[in-house]
Write a protein that binds this ligand. Structure first.
Ligand SMILES: *Cc1c(COP(=O)(O)O)cnc(C)c1O
Length: 230
């Protein structure tokens, strides 16, 4: 199946799923996760009108971001604080801010670059010891502390729940992230508290995520196929 065909299928599935739960399909963005895939694959997606890509490795993304200037790149991987400078330079959105030290480092480099960016707070909603992200009960204090960083616009929350074959369990994590976002919005902690981004849902669970309020799904495999082992 070609990348263009896959994109069309996913877009159709977003529309169908959104309508089935009384949501406006236009409120759900599709981030094409291109990590470990080639520049040629990204270009194929661009030819099929995809304009927003997710990358997880800073080194690898460097070349892609520099060559492909007309599309936007979101960072969705773990950032070590010593890579904050590169991340600040390269990306339009960073979805994986999960600690104060990283926020501070990003803000400092953005000051130098005279650039503002959108960030999402990565929440470890299932308290999975193998996953990154701020603990759910520390999210409010992290967001409150980020208020002082003028170059960071906290637009929402992102999560990757623990893998489960039980749809109801997966759904409960997505629901928990949405409830947490409502709590944060009520306290006025986001850049726009009436329009909060929820980045949740991947190839295997995006329909559940849409049903639970996702505004941005991150799809790799279902668009580009299995990731090559580099
Ligand atoms: C790789 C990745 C995805 C995409 O996963 P697929 O299962 O290939 O759709 C989404 N989100 C994050 C954070 C990822 O690292």
């Amino acid at each position: 199946m070609s990348i263009g065909t896959n994109l069309k299928r996913i877009r159709d599935e977003i529309t169908t799923t959104a309508l089935s739960c009384d949501r406006d399909p236009a409120t759900i963005k599709l981030l094409a996760v291109s990590k470990r895939h080639s520049i040629e694959s990204i270009q194929e997606a661009i030819a099929a009108e995809q304009s927003c890509f997710g990358e997880s490795y800073i080194q690898e993304a460097q070349e892609k971001c520099k060559l492909l200037k007309d599309v936007s790149f979101h960072f969705i991987g773990h950032i070590q604080s010593n890579k904050a400078k590169l991340a600040a330079e390269l990306f339009q959105v960073i979805e994986t801010v999960d600690r104060l030290k990283l926020a501070r480092a990003l803000n400092k480099h953005l000051e130098t670059l005279d650039k503002d960016i959108d960030i999402l707070i990565q929440v470890n909603i299932g308290k999975d010891p193998k996953k990154y992200g701020v603990a759910p009960d520390e999210t409010i204090s992290l967001l409150a502390a980020i208020k002082e960083f003028s170059r960071l616009r906290p637009v929402g929350l992102m999560t990757m729940p623990p893998f489960s074959t039980d749809d109801e369990e997966t759904r409960s994590y997505f629901r928990a992230l949405r409830l947490l976002s409502l709590e944060c919005a009520e306290k006025g902690l986001f850049f726009d508290n009436h329009c909060v981004e929820l980045s949740m849902g991947m190839s295997h669970d995006f329909k559940l995520a849409i049903e639970e309020g996702s505004t941005s799904i991150r799809i790799g495999t279902a668009i580009f196929g299995e990731r090559p082992n580099l």
